[in-house]
Design a protein around this ligand. Structure first.
Ligand code: FNR
Length: 361
């Protein structure tokens, strides 16, 4: 393979070469049979783009706003944990790349750099992803530190009352490093003899009693807008909308939680209909091409989040690798918009795609 990848999938191979197997597996795998993992990518292939001809596409404008924040393209960096296992500069390198590309970054609660380190390293617009721990005080401290350090929104991850069963992590006896954000608050030091110590840590810490009424608690500790990540049904989307949250992320956690959950692109439209335009709907899962971003926008997402490709870029080439991943996706989206007759993001409509469901009708 050429040293310089030409698409984001090629970064995965470079990441594999660069990383110890335990860490590469940690980033790559999905839960159990990994059915949803494959489907997240495959389902995009079953959606066709219906281009329009003879539209003036001499200028393409990909810029848009996400929660009111202007961004150079309709995608952002998904929250993913433990970036220092991919590269010594960890989340700071990712954030610098986001800033250089005018892209929003979501920082994971389980990051290996602190919210303070990430904030002081760059001026990217940042959202903070939240896990709610049994020790609510620990989660609250993190939210308040994020708010103090200029993060603009809280993304509450709703799909993780417990950690999904990732069998490679069990086989490899995955050892996670101390989470820098939690230093002085909680120790990750748990016995990993029986398998993944991440799993053991999660089962000790995650609050599996978390439910809809706890949005009220979250509101009581922060004035930041709250997004709910992990919504996969119209029913839950309506609940979230009724509670007045600021947005939803349609996501199956990159297929790492419940195997046989639907590929997230296949339920996006149901969620968009349920929400009825009242709040923004973001989307993630399986985005590897500009065409994937285009398809998600056509099905009603306001913007898309990208997970693994960013980590692969980071593992392969640090901050530069993340920048290249973002630039490649931007270049591909720009070309897709041009070839589809869509000069701006607003021009991308439902009639620009044809899904399996459409074909059955
Ligand atoms: C994740 N994801 C995730 N989500 C979250 O809310 N908090 C987290 O800490 C993490 N950590 C994490 C680590 C790794 C290695 C992966 C691959 C994913 C899920 C992430 O935000 C996103 O939903 C998916 O990554 C999107 O799917 P793709 O783009 O990876 O296919």
């Amino acid at each position: 393979m050429a040293a310089e990848p030409v698409n984001v999938n090629e970064f995965q191979e470079l990441a594999k070469q660069a990383l110890p197997k335990m860490y590469y597996d940690f980033y790559t795998v999905g839960a159990e049979d990994q059915h949803t993992l494959r489907e997240n990518v495959e389902a995009f292939r079953r959606i066709a783009i219906q281009p329009r001809m003879l539209v003036d596409v001499s200028r393409i404008d990909m810029s848009t706003t996400i929660l009111g924040y202007k961004t150079s393209a309709p995608f952002m960096i998904a929250p993913t944990s433990l970036h220092k296992l991919a590269h010594p500069e960890g989340e700071v390198a990712t954030a610098k790349a986001a800033a250089a590309c005018n892209t929003i970054m979501a920082l994971s609660f389980t990051s290996t750099c602190t919210v303070e380190e990430v904030s002081s390293s760059c001026n990217a617009v940042r959202f903070f992803q939240l896990y709610v721990y049994k020790r609510r005080d620990v989660s609250a401290v993190l939210v308040q530190r994020a708010e103090r350090n200029g993060f603009k929104a809280i993304i509450l991850t709703a799909d993780s009352p417990r950690l999904g069963r990732r069998e490679a992590d069990i086989t490899n006896k995955m050892i996670a490093p101390q989470l820098k954000n939690l230093e002085g608050l909680l120790s990750i030091d748990v016995d990993s003899d029986k398998g993944s110590n991440l799993e053991a840590f999660a089962s000790r810490t995650f609050d599996s009693s978390l439910c809809w009424k706890d949005i009220e608690w979250l509101r009581s500790i922060t004035s930041l807008p709250i997004l709910i990540k992990g919504v996969l049904t119209g029913e839950d989307a309506i609940k979230a909308t009724e509670l007045g949250v600021s947005g939803i992320v349609v996501s199956n956690h990159g297929a790492r939680q419940l195997d046989y959950a639907p590929a997230s692109i296949t339920v996006l439209e149901e969620v968009v209909h349920a929400v009825g335009g009242k709040i923004p709907v973001l989307f993630d899962g399986g985005v590897r091409r500009g065409t994937d971003i285009f398809k998600a926008l056509a099905l009603g997402a306001q913007a898309v989040m990208v997970g693994r490709p960013v980590i692969y870029g980071l593992a392969a080439k640090g901050e530069y690798g993340v920048r290249r991943v973002i630039e490649m996706l931007k270049d591909e989206l720009e070309l897709t918009m041009a070839l589809s007759g869509c000069p701006t993001v607003k021009d991308i409509t439902r009639s620009h795609v044809r899904t399996e469901h459409d074909r059955l009708q």
